[in-house]
Design a protein around this ligand. Structure first.
Ligand SMILES: Cc1cc2nc3c(=O)[nH]c(=O)nc-3n(C[C@H](O)[C@H](O)[C@H](O)COP(=O)(O)OP(=O)(O)OC[C@H]3O[C@@H](n4cnc5c(N)ncnc54)[C@H](O)[C@@H]3O)c2cc1C
Length: 414
């Protein structure tokens, strides 16, 4: 990691936001050994060291698609991530209280795994360690006071650990999450549609092995996912993402652990045996938020700051990873352009990502709506759809490849 003092406060690329997307992009760019990269994170960053794995019950988990695995492989960090990633060999999709169900199988789709589930705490620790070893300048405890577009740079006025600093950067990447403060400073409009649903996440321990099966269950109140986690200390575990109307989620957040487990068991049934223990529960209000602009001269908006989706089918981070891999390729593939903030490659990036972004947004939005409807005719239609998928392997394969991020990105992850 390079110290800020050595930089002259001039950077090629400054990334605002050291979340999973900001750090991944910093690594992709640093691998090109071409750019001076700075990451600014508002939270304080603790002293780095070897990544520590903690199987705490408070962590959110992410289902990584096959295409994300391929991107992390190219970055050289998949081996480390996979130490605590659980592979998914089949996904059981069903509509609670109705006849429709389908099962997607890795073997049928011709892959080793349909995806991988990794706790965010581990993924974050691996990314952070890699950043600390790369040629990247990372600063925590920062606050951005002003951003001024200049002819040949973006000028940032920042407090870093309480000290005012000015930074000039040829390209500014906004990766500061769904309620992007930087986007607002730059006058970028966001469109937001609240789902009036919240997702409760928690880790659950099981009395039997999950056998690498992920369950996506659609209920009349919203989708519920139980994703297999790696066993820890001989304990079988899975990650719960339980979506429901916000008022009901609030009630469930207020009950004690045994009442919560009882409600979950009643709702989900016994396909995973008995739910024994629940870790810390966290509730996320859900909205579909999109940024009206993603590129300008010297500016790109990525990650949740560009599009924040419903978590059904676990697509948000996977989509962003495909975005930033494409962005790093577009910047790399323009040898004649010496100014990394030039508009042309950024427009090329936007054009290449448009269809995958639109399809994924539409897919998750429609899925959340379709399965939330209770009308008997619609229930019959979607159950017939699930039944059809169960009967027709080609349909099932297309659905599996969409989820793996290999069906639509147009990016070669071979
Ligand atoms: C319940 C739930 C389950 C999910 N499951 C999945 C899944 O299984 N698979 C999947 O692909 N996706 C999943 N997602 C989506 C995924 O979590 C997001 O896509 C991902 O977290 C986006 O990362 P990000 O870095 O863009 O934003 P964030 O994670 O929000 O990170 C933004 C970073 O910017 C920092 N920041 C904010 N403001 C500033 C500022 N002014 N200056 C500097 N730094 C700033 C923040 O501190 C933070 O570190 C899920 C989401 C939810 C809510």
């Amino acid at each position: 990691m390079i110290p800020l003092a050595d930089s002259n406060h001039q950077f090629d690329i400054t990334i605002v936001g050291g979340g999973m997307v900001g750090l991944s992009l910093a690594l992709l760019l640093a691998a090109q050994s071409r750019w001076k990269v700075l990451v600014l994170e508002s939270k304080a960053i603790s002293a780095e060291g070897a990544p520590q794995y903690s199987a705490s019950f408070d962590a959110r988990s992410t289902a990584l698609s096959w295409s994300s695995r391929c991107i992390f492989q190219k970055m050289g960090i998949w081996q480390k991530i996979s130490q605590h990633a659980q592979d998914i060999s089949s996904i059981h999709v069903s509509d609670r209280g109705h006849f429709g169900m389908t099962r997607l199988e890795a073997e049928e789709a011709g892959v080793d795994a349909l995806g991988y589930v990794v706790e965010n705490s581990w993924l974050g620790a691996v990314l952070m360690q890699q950043v600390s070893e790369a040629n990247i300048c990372l600063k925590g405890d920062t606050a951005i006071n002003a951003i001024t577009p200049k002819a040949d740079s973006m000028q940032l006025e920042i407090d870093i650990e309480g000290q005012q600093q000015q930074i000039d950067s040829k390209l500014l990447v906004v990766a500061d999450g769904a309620d992007s403060a930087c986007g607002k400073m730059l006058g970028i409009n966001q469109h937001s549609k609240a789902y009036n649903h919240s997702a409760i996440i928690a880790n659950i321990s099981l009395d039997q092995a999950h056998n690498k099966v992920a369950y996506e269950r659609f209920t009349d109140q919203g989708p519920m996912a139980l994703l297999p986690l790696k066993d820890f200390n001989n304990s079988h575990r899975c990650a719960l993402v339980w979506t429901q109307p916000t008022d009901q989620a609030q009630q469930l957040m207020a009950v004690d652990d045994s009442a919560f487990l009882e409600a979950l068991q009643t709702r989900f049934g016994h396909r995973l045996g008995l739910f024994k223990q629940v870790g810390e529960r966290v509730s996320y209000p859900l909205a579909l938020t999109t940024s009206e602009e993603q590129v300008r001269r010297r500016l790109v908006v990525v990650g949740n700051a560009a599009h924040s989706l419903h978590p059904v089918a676990g697509q948000g981070f996977n989509l962003s990873l495909r975005d930033i891999e494409c962005l790093s390729q577009c910047l790399k593939n323009q040898p004649q352009i010496t100014d990394v903030g030039a508009l042309e490659p950024l427009l090329g990036y936007q054009k290449q990502r448009d269809s995958d972004q639109r399809n994924t947004l539409m897919f998750t939005d429609n899925l959340s709506k379709l399965f939330g409807l209770t009308s008997p005719a619609i229930a019959l239609g979607r159950n017939s759809g699930l039944l059809m998928m169960n009967l027709v392997p080609t349909l099932r394969n297309q659905f599996a490849h969409f989820g793996m991020g290999t069906g639509q990105s147009g990016v070669d992850h071979g």
